[in-house]
Design a binder for this molecule. Structure first.
Ligand code: S3P
Length: 450
């Protein structure tokens, strides 16, 4: 079931080569942060290229509920009239973050140090995900949280009336946890410090600096030490959201797997904290090149060109790369099914607490389609069958998880028999134009009845 309507079953099958240009939407992580930091600034932030996926729209609605003015000017251009750090007002009703873990965790952080109370909920997927990882560090500021068993939503947060700054070492590699603590630190006097042993995506650090916060990052033997000075006046910004490498992954991997394909995916951010999949694919022997490499807004950017690659080899993905491609393991497992030999993925426990248990969701579907998958709590191994030798011919569950739905639809473009996904509705959370974009490239993905 989709969280936002009736299920939309879709089927993908082998078809013509994929050709053309895939203009994927704006980056989801940066889009959430643009709205939230815009709401915490005084004055008008302009955002160009905002991802208009349901996750981000839900964050926009939440910012309105906390008192900011959020306007859609059409064509991906939005504005936010912020209320300033500490300026959030108490929402009149429950904040529904839909499917978005990033949305709810960042917003919890942003309101945690204001003297207001807010209740959060989401869809069945989000209400099953752990929030203690965020509410534990927020308690250090003086924030109280009352949720369901296991720290699940729906949950009420009572913001700290007299917040104190916090020093926190993240126990799991999570940009959401790091960002929640930093956003809470904005309205606490003094210095808030977050230490992460492994580097996770650093958009919050970069954007907080861009909005005028005093923030420094030091690499020490303890890990990355991020120090934020509280109670800054954030200055509104003009943000051009780069295109999402996590969305680019789908047309890129589809092109690698469909005979004769040649697809250009322009303007993709290659921030080292996000680009792990592309380097992994290259190591597997994919015909994937970075054209026109350049810097934009302080970030490395390139146009990705992906061509049919029938001779890829399985590899062992270095565990220290996991954080830089954490959302891309499902589609990597699809590519791995068509490579020769094993693809070994270790240090990926976090995959079990995403929109679904992504190791289980992929393993069940891949096995049903004839691929051998072995797994443990924090690792999995896909036995590649080689190009042209993956049976398919099954219906799989997307489990309210956009990336599971898109991964299996890419899978079906190269299996011998079609793959049906029971509900492609969740794709709208992050990649609302997936269906049309893939159709324009020539992919055989159609709506179906199950
Ligand atoms: C995100 C962080 C990651 C990622 C998610 C987006 C972010 O989650 O999976 O899609 O924007 O901060 P974790 O922080 O839980 O690893």
């Amino acid at each position: 079931m989709s969280g936002h309507g009736a299920p939309i079953p879709m089927t993908s099958r082998k078809g013509p080569t994929l050709k053309g240009v895939a203009n994927v939407p704006g980056d989801k992580s940066i889009s959430h942060r643009s709205l939230i930091l815009g709401a915490l600034s005084v004055g008008e932030t302009r955002i160009v290229g905002l991802l208009e996926g349901q996750d981000v729209l839900d964050t926009g609605k939440a910012m309105q509920a906390f008192g900011a003015e959020v306007n859609d000017h059409g064509g991906g251009e939005w504005s936010v009239h912020g209320v300033g750090v500490g300026g959030f007002s108490e929402p009149e009703s429950v904040i529904d973050c839909g499917n978005s873990g990033t949305g709810v965790r960042l917003i919890m952080g942003a309101m945690a140090t204001s003297p207001i109370t807010a209740t959060f909920t989401g869809d069945a997927s989000l209400n099953g995900r752990p929030m203690g990882r965020v509410t534990d560090p927020l308690a250090l500021f003086g924030t109280q949280a009352y949720g369901r068993q296991g720290g699940r939503l729906p949950m009420t947060l009572v913001g700290a009336k007299e917040p104190v700054p916090a020093r926190y070492t993240t126990p799991v590699p999570s940009a959401q946890v790091k960002s929640a603590v930093l956003l809470a630190g904005l309205n606490a006097p003094g210095q808030t410090v977050v230490i992460e042993k492994e580097a996770t995506r650093d958009h919050s650090e970069r954007m907080l600096a861009g909005f005028g916060a005093e923030i420094s990052v030091e690499t020490t033997p303890e890990g990355r030490v991020i120090t934020l000075t509280g109670q800054p006046e954030l200055r509104p910004q003009h943000i051009v959201v780069p295109r999402d490498p996590s969305s680019a992954a789908f047309p890129v991997c589809a092109a690698l797997l469909v005979e004769g394909s040649d697809v250009l995916v322009p303007n993709i951010g290659l921030n080292p904290t996000r680009a792990g999949l592309f380097y992994t694919l290259q190591e597997m022997g994919a015909d994937l090149t970075f054209e026109n490499p350049r810097e934009e807004g302080g970030e490395p950017v390139a146009d990705l060109r992906a061509k049919f690659s029938p001779d890829m080899q399985g590899i062992e993905v270095p565990p220290e790369r996991a954080a830089s491609m954490i959302d891309e393991y499902p589609v990597l497992s699809v590519v791995a099914a068509f490579a020769k030999g094993q693809t070994i993925m270790r240090g990926v426990k976090e995959l079990r607490v995403k929109e679904s248990d992504r190791i289980d969701a992929m393993a069940v579907g891949l096995r049903a389609a004839g691929v051998t998958v072995d797994e443990g709590e924090d690792w999995w191994i896909v036995e590649g069958r080689g190009f042209g030798d993956v049976p398919g011919g099954v219906t799989v569950e997307s489990r309210l998880d956009h990336r599971i739905a898109m991964s299996f639809l890419v899978f079906g473009l190269a299996t011998n028999k079609p793959i049906t996904v029971d509900d492609a509705g969740p794709i709208a959370t992050s990649f609302p134009i997936f269906e049309t974009l893939m159709a324009e490239l020539g992919a055989s993905i159609t709506r179906s009845n199950v």
